[in-house]
Write a protein that binds this ligand. Sequence first.
Ligand code: SF4
Ligand code: SF4
Length: 395
Amino acid sequence: MAWVTDHHPTRSELDACVQCGLCLPACPTFRLTGRETASPRGRIQAMDAVAKGLVPVDDTFAGLLDFCLGCRACEPVCPGMVPYGRMLEGARAEIEEQVQGRSRLSGLLAGTALRSRLLRKLSGWSLAAAQRLKLTSLSPRRFRRLVAGARDLRQRGPSIVGYSSGEATKVALLAGCIQDEWFRPVNRATVQLLERAGYGVEAPNDQTCCGALAAHSGLTAQAEQMSSQNLDAFAQFDTVVATAAGCSAHLREAGWEGTEVLDVTVAIARAVSEGRLPELPPNGKEIAVQDPCHLRHAQRVVDEPRQILVAAGYTVVEIDTVGMCCGAAGLYTINQPEASAQLGEAKAQQVREARTRLVASANPGCEMQLRSYLDSDYEIRHPVEWYAEAIGSGR
Ligand code: SF4
Ligand code: SF4
C-alpha cells in the first residue's frame, strides 16, 4: 500500500527534486548526524520509494520524518524550488493515517488542547500558579525545558481576544493560542503600534488557533477545521496580522482570497517605512537578533525585524547568517529532546558570543528555547516589544 490520503506528496513535487544535494549543508539534522537519511534529499527519496510502492508507510518511514524539524532551511537553497514543507505535511498526514500505535501526546496537544480556549486558559493559570509557588521544577520531565523557557506569567494582564479599537476596523489580529496565553505583551504591543500607525484593530472573539502545529503533525482534518473557523472569523477584514512567525507562515500559505495576511514584523516595518511610526536615533545599545525558521525560511522575511530594531535605536548584532534552527520547532523539544538540546545549546552559544544581553526573537517557541539555555540576565523579547518600549508605546 502506498499513499491512502489526498494529502500525500505528489509525483510532480517528488520529481522536482533533482538530487543535487545543495540542501544538505543547510539541513540541521544532516549537520548533526552526517546521515543521508537525515537530509532533505534522503527524506524525499524515502517519500519517492513509498510512492513507487517499494517501501511501506511504517515505523521506519515515520522515524525518518519524525527527526525532521520542519524548519524548511532546505527550501531557499533549493534550485528546483522543491516545496519540501508541503511534502513533509502530506507525508506526515499519511503516517497519521497508516501507522498505528504512535504516541498520541503530540496529537492531543496540537489537535485538541490548542483549539480549546478553556484548556489554554488552564495552561496559563497552572503555569502562573507554579511560578508563584516556585514549583516549576516539579513539572513533568518532557515539559521541563518548555516550562523553564516560559515568560513570567504572574502579572501577564488580560487577553487581547475580543478587543476592538471602536473605529472602522480593517485590520484584525490573530491572537494565537500559546501567544495569547503566554505572550500577551507581544499582542498588546502590536495593537498599540497599529493604532498609533493609524489603523483600527480588532481581535475577533470567535477566532481559534491557526492550526500550524496540527498541520505540521500531520493532523490535517483538525488543521482544516481550525482554518475554516478562522476564515469565518476574519472574513470581513482586509488585513490579518499574526504575531508569531509560525502562525503567520501557516496563514499566509492558506491563501485566503481577498485578505492579506502579514507577520507583525512586516506590518510594523511597513508602517515605519511609510512614516506612520517614528524612527529613533541610535541609543548606543547592541541587540542580538535571532531569525525564526518560519520567518526566515518559510516567508523569506529577514530585513523587517532588523528595520524595526534599528528604528527603535538599537545596533543589530548578527548571530547566524544562515539561520540555523534553534531546535524548538513546534513540539520537537518534547519529541526529540536530544537533537533539540544540541541545536538549542548551539544557538545559545551564538547569542553568548554576540556579547550583549539584549535579544530579539519573533517567535514564541524560539524565545522559550533561547531562554531555557541562557542565563537569567538575558532579556529576550519580540522585536515589536523592543520597538514599542523605545517609542513609549509599551505597557
Ligand atoms: S536542493 Fe532541492 S533539488 Fe537538490 S537535493 Fe535538495 S531538495 Fe532536491
Ligand atoms: S525541514 Fe529542516 S530538518 Fe527537515 S529536511 Fe529541511 S532543512 Fe532538514
